[in-house]
Design a protein around this ligand. Structure first.
Ligand SMILES: [Zn+2]
Ligand SMILES: [Zn+2]
Length: 338
């Protein structure tokens, strides 16, 4: 089968590899679509750990092609999505508490073990979820994984309640998913991007943003017009130093700073400002099973718009084109289709 393989430093490409065989507790999934994520870019640039050679891709939806001998709750033909942390020890305190991403032995698809930029992948059946019945487009659910990450950030690790003034900095896929969740929670939401983000900010408006801004320098003035206190919660979704700095500047005293984006390097940020303002910092490392339960319930109940975040569907063989499109800020989620 064809797969996009990261072979080592500055070395990746399409290879023909053997189809995986499901172990007794696993399912073999035929990939329908797999989204390109910022993490894939970090892996491409050797800024995120991976075990070479590895098939990349962790955001996907697929159809079960084969079930292992001891799998009894799925059958061939079921549409599924799955958690990404497929190898964990099962014994450490984090595994016991259901925080799989924090297991010291964790390996995730697309970086630690073979992932979804391929025709097939295998995952443990216990980590898979059936696509809810009645969804308009099964393919949209390739966005379940980033949505679960946004659920982890906004609903589980942070706190937004009715009446809160919320800032989303960075209107990428995660930012626009976080926006929708902050609205569901009752926030009054400002989404800020840059002059390159006009199209994304238009979409933010359609997805319920109360205010959008393409000029970060105007943010202090805008927030001050609403309240001189500052915003209650800021989600840094860009993974950009200037964006983090902006979030800190406009946060009110005792506000919540939620780091969602990955910087991929050390950044300089004034820690004393966190202290002077008694800021609470929250972070999230991808998503956990609890986040997937909530994400799939929200999808099932039609409370989130995933479809409008899909910008292009590119054949897997043309992955380079897909990665190029990812860098064009008029786009959001790019699917590779095997
Ligand atoms: Zn991702
Ligand atoms: Zn563990």
């Amino acid at each position: 089968m064809k797969a996009l393989v990261k072979r080592g430093s500055a070395d990746m490409g399409i290879e023909n590899i053997a189809e995986p065989t499901p172990q007794k507790h696993e399912i073999k999934i035929k990939v329908l679509a797999a989204g390109i994520c910022g993490t894939d870019i970090h892996i491409m640039k050797d800024e995120y750990p991976y075990n070479a050679p590895v098939v990349m891709g962790h955001e996907y939806v697929g159809v079960i092609d084969e079930v292992g001998a001891e799998v009894d709750h799925f059958k061939r033909g079921d549409s599924v999505v799955s958690l990404t942390a497929v190898k964990t020890c099962g014994k450490c305190r984090y595994c016991q508490e259901g925080a799989l991403m924090l297991c010291p032995e964790r390996l995730s698809i697309g970086s630690g073990v073979n992932g979804a930029f391929a025709e097939y992948l295998t995952v443990p059946a216990r980590l898979a979820y059936r696509v809810p019945a009645g969804v308009a487009s099964v393919e949209d659910l390739a966005i379940t994984e980033p949505f679960a990450c946004a659920v982890r950030a906004v609903v589980e690790r942070s706190s937004v309640t009715a009446g809160d003034l919320v800032l989303i900095s960075g209107p990428g896929t995660i930012g626009l998913l976080a926006l929708q969740l902050a609205k569901i929670q009752g926030g009054y939401v400002i989404v800020v991007g840059t002059s390159e983000d006009e199209k994304r900010l238009d979409l933010a408006k359609k997805l319920g943003a109360d205010l959008v801004l393409s000029e970060p320098d105007d943010l202090n003035r805008l927030v001050n017009e609403i309240t001189p206190d500052g915003v209650d919660v800021a989600f840094e979704c860009a993974g950009v130093e200037a964006s983090g700095e902006k979030c800190l500047q406009v946060l009110r005293k005792q506000g919540i700073f939620s780091q969602v984006g990955l910087y991929g390097r050390k950044i300089a940020i004034n820690m004393d400002q966190f202290l002077y303002k008694e800021i609470t910092v929250t972070t999230n490392f991808a998503s956990e099973p609890t986040s997937w339960d909530k994400a799939l319930r929200l999808i099932k109940n039609n409370q989130v718009n995933l479809h409008s975040l899909i910008s292009a569907r590119i054949p897997l063989e043309e992955w380079e084109k897909g990665f190029e499109l990812f860098f064009d800020k008029s786009n959001l989620k790019i699917f590779l289709v095997p």
